[in-house]
Design a protein around this ligand. Structure first.
Ligand SMILES: C[S@@+](CC[C@H](N)C(=O)[O-])C[C@H]1O[C@@H](n2cnc3c(N)ncnc32)[C@H](O)[C@@H]1O
Length: 254
């Protein structure tokens, strides 16, 4: 029997399901043996891998993350795929509730000719998003869409929004990595999980260009209610669920 890699063994013992992959990420991120030992010890205490190493892989990109900022999820890559269908060079693109800025970054890397705006209510998230997005766009602090510049009213071709969408009563059921290391503000979507999304959708029509599209991610059982919110805002909804990635998207066209 080949001997088990000691780091993989420790990660497995700590309950990491993808211990081999995690060991590879820790090794590739540590600058020396001392840092690697510190990373392994931190991960053993349950700190999310991405917060230990300071980055998350998203759409093939290294996205900076910090403790206290939402870690972009792999399922969200589907929202990027769908959003890219609608984006043309020169378009104004807005990513609301941007967190680390992963969504905007991936869209701007895919189509560098867009005018990108990202916004979030959390100053810490905005600081991280500014580092990720750099010169590719503007990142502003504000509630829902309130901080966007007035000059883009009626001109937004694509509006992405992944608002917090966990119903308040389900927060205790989340894995402890989310509950203990991601801010409540990034998770808690109110009684039905759709509180922040509802406010973005209600304000979206005055920002969207004719034919513009809003794309959001929710849980599968929230999709019909999210589609109703879009309908009430005069947007034509489409629900797009993908079993393989576990992603449920709701799109609305102006
Ligand atoms: C689920 S996270 C999504 C982050 C990012 N879009 C992603 O997918 O990685 C939700 C984000 O919404 C932000 N947020 C919560 N309430 C908000 C509000 N009223 N206005 C703007 N942003 C808000 C949180 O700070 C958090 O960064």
């Amino acid at each position: 029997m080949p001997e088990l890699d000691p780091i993989v063994a420790r990660l497995r013992a700590a309950g990491c399901v993808f211990a081999e992959e995690e060991a590879a990420v820790l090794r590739s991120s540590a600058r020396d043996e001392a840092e690697l030992a510190a990373f392994v010890a931190e991960r053993e205490t349950g700190v999310p891998l991405e917060h230990v190493v300071g980055w998350a892989e998203f759409c093939g990109l290294r996205v900076i993350v910090e403790p206290g900022v939402f870690v972009p999820r792999p399922r969200t890559e589907r929202l990027i795929e769908r959003a890219r269908e609608f984006i043309r060079t020169g378009d104004v693109v807005v990513d609301a509730c941007c967190g680390s800025g992963a969504v905007g970054l991936a869209l701007a890397v895919g189509e560098p000719g867009i005018r990108l705006f990202a916004t979030d209510i959390d100053e810490h998230a905005v600081a991280v998003a500014r580092r990720n997005i750099g010169g590719r766009g503007e990142v502003v602090v504000g509630d829902v869409l309130d901080a966007l510049p007035r000059e883009i009213l009626g001109g937004v071709a694509v509006l992405t929004v992944i608002a917090p969408y966990v119903p308040t009563g389900d927060i205790p059921l989340l894995p402890h990595e989310a509950r203990d290391f991601e801010p409540r503000l990034a998770l808690d979507g109110g009684p039905d999980g759709l509180g922040v999304l509802a406010r973005v959708v209600a304000d979206a029509p005055r920002w969207l260009a004719p034919g513009g599209v809003l794309l959001t991610e929710v849980s599968e059982d929230q999709a019909p209610a999210a589609a109703d919110l879009l309908r009430a805002a005069d947007l034509t909804p489409e629900i797009d669920s993908d079993e393989e990635t576990g992603s449920t998207l709701v799109l609305g066209r102006a």
